[in-house]
Every structure is written in C-alpha cells, then in structure tokens.
Design a protein around this ligand. Sequence first.
Ligand SMILES: [Zn+2]
Ligand SMILES: [Zn+2]
Length: 102
Amino acid sequence: VKMPTSNKKSSPNSAANQCAICLSNIEPKKRSVISTCLHEFCFSCIKKWSKENAVCPLCKQNFTEILSNIRSDADYDVYKITITNQTGYRRYNRSKILFIFY
Ligand SMILES: [Zn+2]
Ligand SMILES: [Zn+2]
C-alpha cells in the first residue's frame, strides 16, 4: 500500500478522505466530488443522499452534479441530480407502498 506521506499541507482536516455519510474511508475507485463545493464522498453514498436532499451533507450547499470515476483533473464522469418529488418520498415512508411517483 502506497501512502502519500509527503503530503504536508497544514490542513486541519486530517480526515479528508473520509465519507461524511458512511464515515468510512472513501475507496479511490468510489471517490466522487460535489461539483459546487468539492467535498468528497463515496459515489454510492452521495448518490443515495442526493435522492432525498440535493444539498451537501457537510456545507449544506445545493448541488446538481456529482463528479465520479475521477481519473484525473480533466477526466471524470458527471452524474446529474434529478430532483425527485419530496412528497413522493414521504408517502413512501408512511405507506410502505413501493414506487409512488406522484
Ligand atoms: Zn460513504
Ligand atoms: Zn460541501
């Protein structure tokens, strides 16, 4: 395992690669970044999160795009958030009926 130990930026955020949703270390392959604030999460976590609130769990900014499959600064996929009907979600929670899209 190669760790970049020479990274001596005096950032107070030592848990930079921790996902704030599942609190695990983000696997490099699953790493994704919110396009507006550049906070990092596992792609699966932030994707799931964004279906209920398209706001960053850390800084509460709205976002509409998640950058995933980041191979380099200029090589990544963009996942666009489709805003789901919040009422539909609340109904789903109450009634246990699957897939109400009203
Ligand atoms: Zn996660
Ligand atoms: Zn953020």
